[in-house]
Ligand binder design. Structure first.
Ligand SMILES: *[C@@H]1O[C@H](CO)[C@@H](O)[C@H](O)[C@H]1NC(C)=O
Ligand SMILES: *[C@@H]1O[C@H](CO)[C@@H](O)[C@H](O)[C@H]1NC(C)=O
Ligand SMILES: *[C@@H]1O[C@H](CO)[C@@H](O)[C@H](O)[C@H]1NC(C)=O
Length: 515
């Protein structure tokens, strides 16, 4: 069913090939493996130190605001001022076993007033960062990391506050169809007047809201999110599904009808597909229909969206599709795709998905390997007819040109390396993740944390944008750490049976039941 365990390293395999000439090869293989494990644990420790360094800077200059401005040592409140970085950091501090950081966050959680903010609230962002961050902390502290629960009341407050937050947000689903509005005024219980909502913003709530119901026994949260999702599972009209399983980008909130048939795995669409599979990992009994839709989408993606640059036929990217033509452009955000195909291949025992997932991981690695900073760009293209004159040479060599050269501390490339390493055991992916981490550290680090940069293809990264997104804590640090760390029950498992599933912000959620 599942892929063979590649428990040998590449180096070890080359030793194996000389085995005939060398009677003591088994000992040597063992030595190489032991050395690699020692390297990995040193790397894990270095990532843990970098996390602690960033936490210290945030705590000193920005806590409990949403994020640090790491160049000027100021702060921002881009996520409603409820302490987004603190909540996003909790599950990472837990899996890294940093008791002091965990304690600081646990003391803070009961003090948050989710009923107050002066800004518009995004249902999607609030769900994937705050709700998932608290639920994940609760799962870990009630389960395998209960020894880090310094304060039982604060652990219970994680769940109480999750319910409080969902109760503040749930009016979002009060629409003619039950499809939620995304941009909310929680004071007036109003919204921004948009008549449509997006595929990912409707379709990446169901894991968190269902889990909240499973933990509290109150079904309303699961029912609300699944009702919204139901329009995505049975898309209407038929033009909304140009290929089996691949659907349009925007849905009319009043009618439930898709307003386009534009298909992609890019930002805005991405985590809809991600969650179809992850709901099945969460509970294969309740969510097998979601899995069937994911399988259709994955098969159609391999058939219709697989794309290679003319200058680099060895490289695979995912195109988008609109009204009969392919868009030859993709994003850093899209690079979760390799990891998602690998997880699907592993859970469903499908070698074709695993093979394709590894091709996508290679393609996203290429976007890092070819730039001056060794960090990949926000957006890139490979349409041979649209190569900017000053990037012709770059396109010939790299197989893409840069459309937006920013890097804002996104995790997706390292995230896919994580799945590739966990599911194949090939240490190459650990090396790639380490390489990315070292270069992010070299280019983005400031005196108090990590900053986004404006140009991945300039030495030094262009200039710093003075912003440290909360997902630096939740995702970049977590995946960089977990890929080097040893086995733990929340790690993705090679045998297709997972006790935990990562939400789209990398918060591990305890699954409801296993296949
Ligand atoms: C939300 O609605 C209240 C009451 O109508 C209004 O005073 C406030 O400005 C609105 N907030 C935003 C962010 O639009
Ligand atoms: C789709 O393409 C056809 C033919 O190329 C064109 O006539 C039509 O206007 C396009 N539709 C949209 C919605 O762009
Ligand atoms: C990260 O950067 C700091 C400061 O330059 C340096 O001391 C540290 O060794 C770096 N860590 C890694 C893993 O490269």
């Amino acid at each position: 069913m599942h892929i063979p365990s590649l428990s040998f390293s590449v180096t070890a395999l080359s030793l194996l090939s000389t085995a005939v000439a060398h009677p003591h090869y088994a000992q040597q293989v063992e030595q190489v493996q032991r050395r690699q494990e020692a390297d990995a644990s040193q790397r894990a420790e270095a990532v843990r130190e970098a996390f602690q360094f960033a936490w210290n800077g945030y705590y000193r200059y920005a806590f409990p605001h949403d994020e640090l401005h790491p160049v000027t040592n100021g702060y921002g409140d881009s996520r409603n001022g409820w302490g987004a970085s603190a909540i996003d950091a909790l599950s990472t501090a837990l899996v890294m076993r940093l008791p002091d950081v965990v304690d600081d966050i646990l003391k803070y959680v009961p003090t948050i007033d989710y009923s107050k903010t002066s800004q518009e609230v995004s249902l999607f962002e609030t769900t994937i960062r705050y709700l998932a961050g608290m639920l994940s902390g609760y799962d870990l502290l009630k389960g395998p990391l209960s020894d880090l629960a310094t304060n039982q009341d604060a652990v219970e407050a994680l769940l109480t506050q999750s319910k409080n937050l969902a109760n503040v947000l749930k009016f979002a689903f009060d629409s003619p169809t039950g499809i939620p509005y995304n941009n909310l005024n929680i004071t007036s219980k109003g919204n921004d007047g948009e008549t449509t909502n997006g595929l990912a913003t409707i379709g990446s709530l169901v894991l968190e809201w269902t889990h909240l119901s499973d933990l509290t026994g109150d079904q309303q949260y699961a029912e609300l999110s699944q009702k919204g999702e139901s329009y995505l599972l049975k898309p209407e009209p038929s033009s909304a599904e140009p290929f089996p399983g691949l659907v349009g980008s925007n849905v009319n909130i009043d009618t439930g009808l898709f307003v386009d048939g534009d298909v992609s795995w890019n930002g805005g669409d991405d985590s809809f597909y991600e969650y179809l599979l992850k709901m099945y990992v969460y509970d294969p009994n309740r969510f097998s229909t979601y899995k069937d839709r994911w399988v259709l989408a994955a098969q159609s993606t391999m058939k219709h969206l697989k794309s290679s640059p003319s200058s680099r036929p060895d490289v695979t990217f995912l195109a988008s599709y609109s009204n009969g033509s392919l868009g030859l452009s993709s994003q850093h955000l899209t690079c979760f795709d390799g990891g998602n195909f690998l997880l699907g291949g592993d859970v469903l025992g499908r070698q074709d998905f695993i093979g394709f997932g590894l091709e996508l991981v290679d393609g996203c690695h290429d976007t890092y390997a070819e730039t001056a900073t060794r960090i990949g760009p926000e957006q890139f293209g490979w349409d041979a007819n649209s190569v900017p004159a000053d990037q012709q040479q770059f396109y010939e060599r790299a197989g893409f040109y840069i459309q937006s050269g920013a890097y804002i501390l996104r995790p997706e490339v390292i995230e896919s390396y994580y799945y590739a390493y966990r599911l194949t055991g090939d240490p190459k992916y650990r090396d790639w993740a380490w390489d990315a981490f070292v270069h992010i550290n070299a280019t983005c680090r400031t005196d108090s944390g990590f900053s986004g940069i404006t140009n991945v293809n300039a030495v030094g990264g262009g200039s710093k944008d003075d912003n440290q997104e909360s997902f630096l804590f939740a995702e970049v640090m977590k995946y960089s750490y977990l890929i080097q760390a040893g086995d733990d029950e929340w790690q993705v498992s090679q045998n297709g049976k997972n006790g935990w599933v990562f939400n789209t912000e990398a918060h591990p959620i305890k699954v409801a039941s296993q296949a």
